[in-house]
Ligand binder design. Structure first.
Ligand code: HEC
Length: 138
């Protein structure tokens, strides 16, 4: 009989230890799940506004792949040198992209005619940023 009395408290202690470990593991897992999924869904949403603007503002009608539109192909341009009609060369950075959208006639790309409408009065500062972010990612 003393043998039975001895094993009983030991088993209870083991069970409660197991329970607290299981609860701890469970709580850790459930709090980790939402933190890993939310940044992923945010990242996939970010490039969308600029892509939509590129279509709704009509940019895509002139800026088409490999010279099939009246404007230059804008893909893969970010960070590259751009020759202008006046013989100078500029680097395609954010400031250049902003200026090219707001006031296209100020700097004309070599080999192209001025034909792009100025968007300075048509888009908000936020929309301009979205367009520039979109073009940077192309
Ligand atoms: C009616 C045709 C047309 C439309 C619409 C148009 N563009 Fe253009 N775009 C051009 C032409 C032509 C050029 C080259 C001449 C120049 O530099 O202005 C150009 C040049 C550019 C450049 C400089 C490209 C380079 O290679 O350095 C950028 C950036 C640009 N456009 C962005 C846009 C964006 C963004 C939109 C929409 C908000 C847009 N364009 C709408 C015709 C167009």
């Amino acid at each position: 009989m003393p043998a039975y009395k001895k094993t009983c408290p030991t088993t209870l202690a083991a069970v409660s230890l197991c329970l607290s470990l299981a609860l701890g593991a469970c709580g850790g897992a459930s709090s980790a799940t939402p933190t890993t999924t939310s940044p992923v869904s945010t990242a996939t949403v970010v490039p969308q506004p600029g892509a939509q603007l590129f279509t709704t503002l009509g940019c895509h009608g002139c800026h088409r792949p490999a010279g099939t539109g009246t404007g230059p192909d804008l893909r893969g341009r970010f960070g590259q040198q751009q020759r202008l009609a006046d013989g100078t060369t500029v680097v395609t950075d954010e400031a250049y992209l902003r200026a090219a959208i707001l006031d296209p006639t100020a700097q004309i790309v070599a080999g192209y005619l001025p034909g792009m409408p100025a968007y300075g009065n048509q888009i908000s500062a936020a929309q301009l940023t979205e367009l520039v972010q979109y073009l940077k990612a192309q």
